[in-house]
Each structure stands twice: as structure tokens, then as C-alpha cells.
Design a protein around this ligand. Structure first.
Ligand SMILES: N[C@@H](CCC(=O)N[C@@H](CS)C(=O)NCC(=O)O)C(=O)O
Length: 239
């Protein structure tokens, strides 16, 4: 039985199954990436709900695992060398879980780096920019009189969707025939933009040629459907 007592986070979120990967998360677009990946791989895991609306990601216990105070984060009791390892940043976790299982990332080095490139494209571009659209269109920023910030982020979101659309021309998935972590990273964000953020018309989503079909194919995957709900708050989810 793995001993996770060295991780203070387990004092607030105790591990019922310390031999399983411990997931600290909420079903936001960043959180669901890891839940989807765990569901896709079938790795045994235990999900702990970290309520970010209640500021739980800024408690000392959570910060001991991720000093950046953001979900998702994991502890793998069976990390490199068989030792427990903590990890945060959803992109890093996706790459780690791919390497651990040998799945959802190509073995060929060129294709592997290309996959990582698209994971970064999501983490550095799509996530932060779509998040700003949510803020200025739906949340606190909606009340701002000056509409230039909203315009700026909507234009950038449209541009990024255009880049993704072009990439998907002639490809079923971001890396071609094979579904992988680039898709897992991006699906929840595109879905969130047009549903929870209510920005479908704003970003002219229906003018895209390939993204809507890709999103539909991704959302049809049973592991994606399950992952989108893990772990879930009782009341409506935050951004
Ligand atoms: N780059 C980080 C971003 C994570 C992130 O922004 N998480 C949000 C939820 S989607 C969060 O924890 N927000 C709570 C807070 O900032 O207090 C990742 O990809 O893991």
C-alpha cells in the first residue's frame, strides 16, 4: 500500500485508495482534460473535488502540491522509479500520462513533438484567450462599458479557431487519423466557449468548416462524456 503521508494535501483530501492516481480537480475545461485522459487510459484513479469557487485551491494543503493554486493536479503513487510523484499544469499531466501508458501520443519523435506543439497551442493560446472571452462576455467583465477588451479577445478567439479549423482540414483529429492528447486538451475548451460561455454566435462558430464535426466526434466518445463530469460540483460549474 502506497504511503502518501508526505503530501500535506492528503490531510485535507484523504486518499481512500492510495495505490491509485490521486486527482485534485473540478470539471472546468482545464480540469476535465485530466479526467478524460484517465478515463481514456483506464488507469485506476481517485478523484477529489477542489471547489475553486470556495477558494480551496489557495489553501495551504493545495498550495503544497501546486504553488500556482490552480486545478488540476495529481499525485501518482507509482511515479518514475516506483516513487510517488506530484504534478500540476494540465498539459504536463497529459504528457506524463501519455508517457506512462504509451498511449495518445505517437512514438515517432517528430510526431511526438508535433503533438506537444498542439498541446501548448491549447494551453498557451486557446485556454487563456477563450477564458478572457468568458470573463468579458459572460462574467464580471460583462458590465464594463469599454468593449475594446471584449472585442480584442473575441477577435483572438476567432483567429485561434481559424487556425484549428485549418489544421483539421483533411484530418479527423488534430494529429490526423489518431485521436490523442492534443484533442483531449482542446475539446473541453471549444465546447465551453460555445455552451457555458454562450459565445457561439459571437465567435461565428458555425462558419467554421471542420471544428464543429471534430467537436461532435470528440464529444461522442464515452470516455469524454464521463470525463466532462468528473469531479462535479452540485451547483453550476465555474469557468
Ligand atoms: N495552466 C493551468 C491553468 C489551470 C487553471 O486555470 N485552472 C483554473 C480552473 S479552469 C483554476 O484552478 N482557477 C482557480 C483560481 O485561479 O483560483 C493548467 O492548464 O493546468
Amino acid at each position: 500500500m502506497a504511503d502518501l503521508s508526505q503530501f500535506p494535501i492528503t490531510q485535507r483530501w484523504p486518499a481512500a485508495h492510495p495505490d491509485r492516481i490521486q486527482l485534485y480537480s473540478l470539471n472546468t475545461p482545464n480540469g476535465v482534460k485530466v479526467a478524460i485522459m484517465l478515463e481514456e487510459t483506464g488507469l485506476p484513479y481517485e478523484a477529489h473535488l477542489v471547489d475553486i469557487l470556495d477558494n480551496q485551491s489557495h489553501t495551504p494543503e493545495f498550495l503544497s502540491l501546486n504553488p500556482n493554486g490552480k486545478i488540476p493536479a495529481i499525485i501518482d503513487p507509482d511515479g518514475p522509479g516506483g516513487k510517488p510523484m506530484a504534478l500540476s499544469e494540465s498539459g504536463a499531466i497529459l504528457i506524463y500520462l501519455s508517457d506512462k501508458t504509451g498511449r495518445f501520443i505517437p512514438a515517432d519523435p517528430v510526431l511526438r513533438y508535433e503533438t506537444i506543439q498542439w498541446v501548448f497551442f491549447q494551453n498557451a493560446g486557446i485556454g487563456p484567450m477563450f477564458g478572457q472571452v468568458g470573463f468579458f462576455h459572460k462574467f464580471a467583465g460583462k458590465a464594463f462599458e469599454d468593449k475594446r477588451p471584449l472585442e480584442r479577445y473575441v477577435n483572438e478567439a476567432k483567429r485561434l479557431l481559424g487556425v484549428l479549423d485549418k489544421r483539421l482540414d483533411g484530418r479527423g483529429w488534430i494529429m490526423g487519423d489518431d485521436y490523442g492528447i492534443a484533442d483531449i486538451s482542446t475539446l473541453g475548451w471549444v465546447r465551453n466557449l460555445i455552451t457555458f460561455y454562450e459565445a457561439r454566435d459571437l465567435v461565428e462558430f458555425d462558419r467554421l468548416k471542420y471544428v464543429p464535426g471534430w467537436l461532435e466526434r470528440g464529444l461522442a466518445r464515452p470516455a469524454v462524456q464521463r470525463g466532462l463530469e468528473i469531479p462535479k460540483r452540485d451547483s453550476p460549474r465555474p469557468q
